[in-house]
Ligand binder design. Structure first.
Ligand SMILES: Cc1cc2nc3c(=O)[nH]c(=O)nc-3n(C[C@H](O)[C@H](O)[C@H](O)COP(=O)(O)O)c2cc1C
Length: 353
């Protein structure tokens, strides 16, 4: 199975850079993973179509090997702004502390998903992956017609079965350990979709005929070996790549990942309005009262953007969304090639050809 997946993707090893939108979404990291024989996947969820196309061109200039692009699937329509006033008032003191203008809700909450998808289609990328939902049938058909290999993110067995029914080529089984946003799209109670990688991967492997890519908590050879034993054809590694030399996240973020504080991660809605896992920090702790009432994604994400950007510029990790998985303490500040070598050690002889 894994041979098939690596062969079909024309990569040397079934090891993927998990897509990570935001600060980490830069061409050099994606290209470094592809050049090391894995598959770099660009988290393009926050990119304008122009930026997306420019970044794809940059990746192509840095590697001749396959790579992927990932988007957040967002339904069109009005966004629910309930709770904006209370949230804005709560954010004011952090803006004051950072010395920036008082918080306001920007006119543009998010990039237009349909325009992003048009950009992806026009670029003809080798691999497309998605989260938060499922692309429409015409979009999936267009991707296939372009020869693009399509992977969807599932956090439950039901979601994996639904993705198979919709015709994707592979399932990313995202366990509860995973850093960043949950991909959950069928369950209206997020806590029902908090299944650990260890339990989720074998169940998904039993339930679908497609190759399964395990994601969540995999950071070294032991994680790779475990994922393969559970029935995964490939692994997607996020957090462990965030702290590499090639990763463009701020030093404050890298220090938070490799320092003792990363032993404690938590799920929160107060940065974006959607459940995501990150290293616990002061903002998450102080804003706990807003866990239920923070406006839904992408409204809170837009509201906290100025604070997060100022915190990044000023090196203030206490106000950053330090997305990270439960294996963050295994992350090291070394090169992509070194991390790839470590992960490759977890593959069996068959994978190494
Ligand atoms: C900083 C960060 C950003 C992420 N952004 C995305 C994203 O844009 N799209 C996506 O499908 N998953 C995203 N994820 C989830 C990862 O693709 C993957 O599921 C997760 O990192 C795997 O768990 P790990 O961090 O323990 O390796 C993100 C994760 C992190 C840590």
């Amino acid at each position: 199975m894994s041979d098939t997946l690596a062969q079909r993707l024309h990569i040397d090893y079934p090891i993927l850079l998990a897509p990570m939108a935001g600060e980490a979404a830069k061409a050099p990291l994606v290209a470094a993973v592809s050049n090391a024989g894995g598959l770099g996947v660009l988290g393009a969820g926050y990119m304008s179509p122009e930026k997306l196309l420019a970044t794809i061109a940059e990746i192509r200039a840095l590697t001749s090997r396959p790579f992927g692009v990932n988007l957040f699937v967002m339904a069109p329509g009005e966004r629910d702004r309930t709770g904006v006033e209370a949230m804005t008032a709560a954010l004011a003191r952090y803006h004051a502390e950072l010395g920036i203008a008082a918080p306001t809700l920007p006119a543009s909450l998010e990039e237009n998903y349909h325009d992003q998808m048009e950009a992806v289609l026009s670029a003809g990328v080798p691999v497309f992956s998605f989260t938060f939902g499922v692309p429409s049938a015409p979009h999936l058909d267009a991707l296939k017609a372009a020869g693009t290999w399509v992977m969807g993110t599932a956090t439950t067995v039901d979601e994996a079965v639904e993705l198979e029914r919709r015709g994707v080529d592979a399932i990313v089984a995202q366990g509860a350990e995973a850093g960043g946003h949950r991909g959950t799209f069928l369950s209206d109670a997020f806590e029902n979709a908090m299944i650990g990688t260890m339990a989720l991967v074998p169940q998904v492997a039993d339930a679908v005929r497609l190759p399964v890519v395990a994601a969540g908590g995999i950071a070294d050879r032991r994680g790779v070996r475990a994922a393969r034993a559970l029935g995964a054809s490939a692994v997607a590694v996020g957090t462990a790549f965030l702290s590499t030399i090639e990763s463009s996240v701020s030093d404050a973020y890298k220090l938070a990942l490799t320092g003792p504080g990363s032993r404690v991660t938590g799920l929160t809605r107060v940065f974006s309005g959607r459940q995501a896992r990150g290293v616990r920090n002061r903002y998450m702790d102080e804003m706990q009262a807003f866990e239920a009432s923070a406006p839904a994604y992408p409204v809170t994400n837009a509201l906290t953007r100025d604070m997060r950007q100022a915190a990044s510029r000023q090196g203030r990790a206490e106000f950053l969304s330090l997305w990270a998985g439960q294996a963050a303490p295994l992350a090291r500040n070394w090169s992509v090639a070194q991390l790839m070598e470590e992960l490759r050690e977890g593959l069996g002889q068959a994978d190494l050809g």
